[in-house]
Design a protein around this ligand. Structure first.
Ligand code: ADP
Ligand code: SR1
Ligand code: MG
Length: 410
């Protein structure tokens, strides 16, 4: 099939020609379909296609175009990013299908995926802005992360299977480069892509010019990102990549997926909960909500570690550890050190992920979107301070109590 960019009309024709999709939508003619475009992300086009006479029958069609949507056609970006999104979704479907939308159709040549419409869920970032509590979120997301990170790593796969899987994701070069540029470089120096609040110009200058220790640590973390191939990571697991309600949690949008460091997705999530905490601190200082967010961070890491280690304890052999190779006491010590390294790297990555949102091209709605100028400035400066602290201290933060103490101190 030859690639063609769909629009609000041709998307209907496209889905009408896919048998299982047409069946799901229960239509017998094109005229029974209706469509709209709902994409609010930075990169792609997202359509809802529905049965005109039965709105409960609807699906999401997501297509990548050969440019960066939030900038425009003048910023080319290869549409092959959808290839990796499709491959990651299919892998997650094997490992933890309950936490991703159901996939009805995918086509790498058309850079398209057709999936369940999560019409009863909202983007977690928006839910947190609206003060919602999600009491099942941590249980769900830690299962997703423990399983996806463990079962695609050398702790579980045999050597060939791991290398074959790496081969499927190795060439997601452009999106890895976006992360290298927009998470690990541009937001920490003068760069034309930055988007600096005019109320913080002097603080930005100071930050760009007098921060050598911070930058040295960013280089360590960037190097880890560029060279580790621990496991299949989502690569952009912020609260805008999660759709949620009281009962269910779904991870969407894994177009940045590749084989990277264990701590990257964990750090992304911690960073985004912290951003929400900062936003709530400057708006209302709702202590109950802030405490829930802090407890969530604590519970998140504790549960992740428990589940990950449990999977590991049940794995008899893998490409890393042959059964009978090492005694149980020394193996436990090895696991302890292994988990400590995951934790400290996730804190470092969280620090970068918080800091990049302050002056970088892509901000977060809960902070950059604050309409009150003073509140926005206060939140940005708190995020800047906290992000820096985490990057500067990441190797010495070894447990969640220390982390929470630092968050509270800013
Ligand atoms: P991008 O790759 O451009 O960032 P996303 O995958 O984040 O795109 O999707 C953009 C928006 O489309 C999401 O914020 C969400 O509102 C909506 N969306 C994406 N997937 C679904 C889905 N399966 N069900 C309902 N809405 C979705
Ligand atoms: C210019 S890229 C902007 C950002 O959007 C995505 O969600 C990633 O976080 C990326 O860094
Ligand atoms: Mg995206």
């Amino acid at each position: 099939m030859k690639y063609e960019i769909l629009d609000i009309n041709s998307v209907k024709e496209f889905v009408f020609n896919i048998n299982n999709v047409k069946e799901y939508l229960a239509v017998s003619s094109l005229a029974e379909l209706t469509s709209s475009e709902i994409g609010d992300g930075n990169l792609n086009f997202v359509y809802i296609v529905s049965n005109k006479f039965d709105a409960t029958k609807s699906l999401i069609v997501k297509q990548a175009v050969p440019y960066l949507r939030c900038v425009g056609e003048e910023f080319p970006l290869s549409r092959e990013r959808m290839t990796y999104e499709i491959r990651a979704l299919l892998k997650y479907q094997e490992i933890c299908s309950e936490y991703i939308p159901k996939i009805y159709y995918s086509n790498e040549a058309m850079s398209i995926v057709v999936m369940q419409n999560l019409s009863e869920h909202i983007i977690l970032r928006k839910g947190l802005i609206q003060h919602h509590y999600y009491y099942n979120f941590i249980e769900h997301i830690t299962t997703f992360l423990a399983k996806s990170l463990f079962f695609t790593s050398s702790l579980s796969l045999d050597s060939k299977a791991k290398r074959d899987l790496i081969g499927q994701f190795n060439s997601n070069t452009e999106l890895c480069k976006l992360t290298e540029d927009f998470v690990f470089t541009a937001p920490y120096m003068e760069d034309e892509t930055n988007n600096i609040n005019e109320e913080c110009i002097s603080e930005a200058k100071e930050f760009f010019n007098n921060n050598e220790e911070f930058k040295k640590n960013v280089l360590e973390l960037k190097y880890l990102f560029m060279t580790s191939s621990d496991t299949l990571i989502h690569g952009d697991l912020h609260t805008g990549s999660i759709m949620i309600n009281e009962n269910e949690t779904f991870v969407i949008d894994p177009e940045f997926a590749f084989f990277g460091p264990f701590g990257f997705d964990i750090g992304a999530l911690i960073a985004n909960i912290i951003n929400s905490y900062i936003s709530h601190s400057v708006i209302l200082s709702d202590e109950e909500y802030k405490n829930w967010l802090l407890n969530s961070i604590e519970e998140f890491y504790t549960k992740f570690e428990e589940k990950f280690l449990n999977l590991w304890d049940n794995q008899k052999s893998s490409s890393l550890i042959k059964e009978g190779f090492i005694g149980s006491e020394m193996l436990d010590e090895y696991k302890k050190e292994f988990m400590k390294n995951i934790f400290i790297s996730s804190i470092g990555f969280a620090g970068c992920k918080i800091t990049r949102r302050v002056f970088g091209v892509a901000g977060v709605e809960e902070i950059r979107g604050l309409e009150n100028k003073e509140q926005r400035k206060k939140a940005e400066l708190q995020a800047l301070e906290l992000g820096q602290q985490l990057v500067l201290q990441y190797k010495n933060i070894t447990n969640t109590e220390q982390l929470i103490k630092i968050i509270k101190s800013v």
